[in-house]
Write a protein that binds this ligand. Structure first.
Ligand SMILES: *Cc1c(COP(=O)(O)O)cnc(C)c1O
Length: 361
């Protein structure tokens, strides 16, 4: 064995870095970001921020923390920020469990969490949904986990965890419960109000989706002040950079109407797209987010065909319960209309190939 194979933690040897297809496509429906673009006040703040970057930002983003507290309607000691909500999730797993503890989650869900659990020497335990795709509270309770992770609306399914299931879980478990609400604005429901009743609940949010600021990496958590201060220890200083902090502040203070309007449009377009997909024989799962998941055995062929026609969708293969599927980000209707036309061409081409017969050029 050479010295090189000994480098690093033993537990990291079979962890692979996150990879995702970011190759150029004319229409990119792969990552659930805001297809209407950057909100205008934030865009101005980014342009104005250049002179500030020779100095460090606030150590724990105090001003942003207050603005997020105002947005959510809690006191600022209940907020922790981070370099994307990924950072908040990672820090929470590190802060709120000891090495070797279990992290229970329902598959399929946001896979990054499984990696973060392993990177922090925790043991992810993936449990199935119930037969009607519902949150499997009994399995989560039985898993003897130190942390339970739920995602609502869930990525990649889009499904919303019903409020009574969340309350039952919180009533019965001694575990810390993390609820990832990256898409909460589109669902119009949130669990964050439960953080005042349950001091072991952390609700995690982001400015990467409804707020159109994915490239700046700003996320936050909401929870009891004592829980949040533990997460902050693990998070570390200076995680929200100076440009991101200014743009996020501008968006929170000045872009409310823009965000509200585009969330409303995304929801309307999602439901319209779902109807169109049903008519094409590709029914999506019910979604509370700004994307739709379509389970279909044709997923792989369709994703390849769509990519060759300039449209990127996210392909999943072998998802627990759902098998192969494509996930489609919802955007302006003009973009959705082009997607649907392209999808019809892809379906026709795929049917020709399935038939093994004559291929149209
Ligand atoms: C997109 C997404 C996030 C956001 O991650 P950021 O690091 O804030 O960009 C978090 N959780 C889920 C489930 C997501 O889909």
């Amino acid at each position: 064995m050479t010295a090189a194979t000994e480098v690093g933690r033993a537990a990291y040897r079979d962890i692979v870095c996150y990879t995702v297809d970011q190759g150029p496509v004319a229409i990119d429906l792969r990552d659930n970001t805001n297809l209407w673009g950057v909100p205008p006040a934030a865009a101005r703040a980014i342009a104005d921020a250049a002179p500030t970057v020779s100095r460090y930002p606030r150590v724990y983003a105090s001003e942003l923390r207050q603005a997020l507290a105002d947005y959510v309607g809690v006191a600022s000691p209940m907020i922790v920020t981070g370099c994307g909500s990924d950072d908040v999730l990672d820090a929470s797993l590190r802060a709120l469990a000891d090495p070797g503890d279990r992290v229970a989650l329902l598959a399929p869900t946001f896979l990054t969490v499984t990696t973060f659990a392993r990177v922090n020497a925790l043991v992810p335990v993936a449990l199935p949904l119930t037969s009607d795709w519902d949150a499997n509270v009994e399995a989560l309770l039985a898993a003897q986990a130190r942390i339970i992770y739920l995602c609502s609306p869930n990525n990649p399914t889009g499904t919303v965890v019903p409020r009574p299931a969340i309350e039952r879980l919180l009533d019965q478990t001694p575990a810390v419960v993390i609820i990832d609400e990256a898409y909460a604005e589109f669902a119009g429901v949130s669990s964050h109000d439960l953080t005042t009743r349950f001091d072991r609940l952390l609700t995690v949010r982001t400015l990467s989706k409804a707020f159109g600021l994915a490239g700046l990496r700003v996320g936050y958590g909401i929870g009891d002040a004592r829980l949040v201060s533990e997460v902050e220890k693990a998070r570390g200083p200076y995680k929200v950079n100076a440009v991101a902090e200014r743009a996020a502040l501008a968006a929170l203070r000045g872009d409310g109407a823009w965000i509200h309007e585009h969330v409303r449009e995304a929801v309307a377009n999602r439901d319209r797209l779902a109807d169109a997909l049903r008519r094409l024989g590709l029914p999506p799962l019910p979604s509370g987010a700004n994307f739709l998941l379509v389970p279909t055995p044709r997923a792989s062929a369709l994703a390849t065909k769509l990519a060759s026609l300039g449209v990127g969708v996210r392909l999943f293969t072998g998802l627990r319960t759902f098998g192969d599927a494509i996930r489609i980000t919802v955007g302006p209707w003009s973009v959705m209309a082009t997607f649907l036309e392209t999808l019809e061409r892809a379906l026709a081409a795929d049917a020709d190939e399935q038939g093994g017969g004559i291929r149209c050029a």
